[in-house]
Unconditional design. Structure first.
Length: 144
């Protein structure tokens, strides 16, 4: 149902972890994701701990779903001296190509406990359906 758009994303994520470089708007970091089908919906769960709800942007253009988020540094007083900073800051992004079998017009989003959950309904045209078989009696001819 989904296709990763960048096969080298995991390599970039590993390099960012090793170098400590954070994401920027021109080169955002990856965000961890789970994707699965649940009944008549496709569910995408993205980890965004510490990101404010208003710092998350979700766009759909044709069949491309883009999620961007920014984790900003916490405001600190002038007399605070940072001793350790391991939590990544910066811009995070994920792009997914949605299959034609998904209904991109009715995506819903919830954000709770640092997890952004997107629910995408399966399109009606993609759901299995029964086809009725007609018989000869269904095609009666009227004779005059």
């Amino acid at each position: 149902m989904l296709m990763r758009t960048d096969p080298f994303r995991e390599l970039d994520r590993l390099a960012q972890q090793l170098t400590g470089v954070t994401g920027t708007w021109s080169r955002p970091s990856a965000m961890p994701m789970d994707a699965y089908r649940e009944g008549e919906e496709y569910v995408i769960a993205l980890d965004l701990p510490g990101v404010a709800k208003d710092a998350i942007d979700i766009d759909v253009e044709r069949n491309m779903l883009t999620v961007r988020a920014e984790r900003r540094p916490a405001a600190k007083a002038d007399d605070v001296q940072m001793e350790l900073s391991e939590r990544p800051l910066g811009v995070f992004s994920r792009q997914l190509v949605l299959a034609d079998t998904l209904d991109a017009e009715h995506i819903t989003a919830d954000y709770e406990a640092g997890v952004l959950t997107l629910r995408i309904p399966i399109a009606e045209r993609a759901k299995p359906r029964k086809i009725a078989i007609g018989g000869e009696s269904d095609h009666k001819q009227i004779r005059g």
